[in-house]
Ligand binder design. Structure first.
Ligand code: NAP
Length: 289
């Protein structure tokens, strides 16, 4: 029976959610509940903000499937992987999980959809782009960079170059992934840009409207694609510079929306309906529309 038929949830409703700290500004409840409503599902998606030192206890209490699953966001992604019994290759390689599924037998399965979200956003906003054709540059070496490296390698990237303010952190990341991943400091960036197919800002630079990374994007090949994971504001300074040079760009909001798709499928057993424009909803929330 659909929730539209009952005017609300029934006792058979499928419940999932998102947990993080803080969680108040998460866009995930708006996105998933818009899809639930459009699909007429008997289902709900709710936010949780466990105390930081109680995350594991919170997750343990959900074993057995009282709720179907959870998205996990900052600062719990690494701990989410650790608490799970099984994990996908992507989650293991990323060293973090943003999706936990509570199986009926009491086990917890971890996955990471951030990387697929990145690839989905590139496919949507830079159609025809071939990840396997040229080296990729990732600016930043935090959690978001790690997830991106894993997905890009699985997608066939010939080389991933991690450039970070703190070289040691980039080096640690490169060592984890092996020969196809190299670390470099910011001084080496110009030389690395000249044959790059894809340049991704995975730092927090540009968040809230400041300047993005100081990469000389004019050195990239004319057909290079420039991605910014930052989505507040939508048109970051980094993306504006790329656009002014005529490069194709991919925004962080599309990545956010795309990572939600496999989560919705895992929770509710169907692809999200296309009848609701969640990008428009998200743009409205961001004050961009
Ligand atoms: P994180 O783990 O805290 O890493 C932050 C990175 O930014 C580090 O590499 C850090 O360099 C670098 N950085 C910070 N301030 C800098 C500065 N002033 N100059 C140079 N580098 C600086 O964060 P994260 O979780 O990886 O997230 C990174 C960004 O991606 C955030 O803006 C986040 O919102 C965004 N994100 C977006 C999505 C999406 O779906 N669109 C998903 C995940 C993340 P050091 O190592 O030198 O400190």
């Amino acid at each position: 029976m659909s929730s539209q038929m009952t005017g609300g949830l029934t006792g058979a409703a499928i419940v999932a959610g998102v947990c993080g700290a803080p969680i108040k500004h998460s866009m995930s409840p708006v996105i998933h509940n818009a899809w639930i409503q459009a699909a007429g599902l008997d289902a709900a998606y709710v936010p949780f903000a466990p105390a930081e030192d109680r995350f594991e206890a919170f997750i343990e209490g959900l074993r057995g499937g009282a709720i179907r699953g959870l998205n996990v966001t900052i600062p719990f992604k690494e701990r989410a992987l650790a608490v799970a019994d099984t994990a996908s290759d992507l989650a293991r390689m990323a060293g973090a999980a943003n999706l936990l599924i509570f199986e009926a037998d009491g086990t917890i399965r971890a996955d990471n959809t951030d990387g697929p979200g990145l690839l989905g956003a590139i496919a949507a906003q830079a159609p025809g782009f071939d990840v396997s054709a040229a080296p990729v540059i990732i600016l930043g070496a935090g959690g978001a960079a790690r997830g991106a490296v894993a997905a890009l390698l699985l997608a066939g990237a010939p080389q991933v170059r991690i450039v970070n303010r703190t070289l040691a952190r980039a080096g640690e990341l490169a060592t984890t992934f092996g020969a196809k991943v190299i670390a470099a400091d910011e001084a080496a960036l110009p030389g690395l840009l000249t044959d790059a197919g894809l340049v991704i800002n995975a730092t927090s630079l540009g968040l809230g409207g400041g300047d993005g990374p100081a990469a000389s994007l004019e050195l990239t090949p004319a057909d290079a694609v420039i991605v910014d994971m930052v989505y507040k504001p939508l048109r970051t300074e980094f993306l504006q510079r790329a656009q002014a040079l005529g490069r194709r760009t991919v925004d962080g909001l599309e990545m956010l929306l795309r990572q939600a798709v496999p989560s919705f499928e895992a929770f509710y057993g169907q692809t999200p309906p296309t009848t609701v424009d969640v990008r428009r909803l998200a743009l409205h929330l961001l004050g961009e529309a």
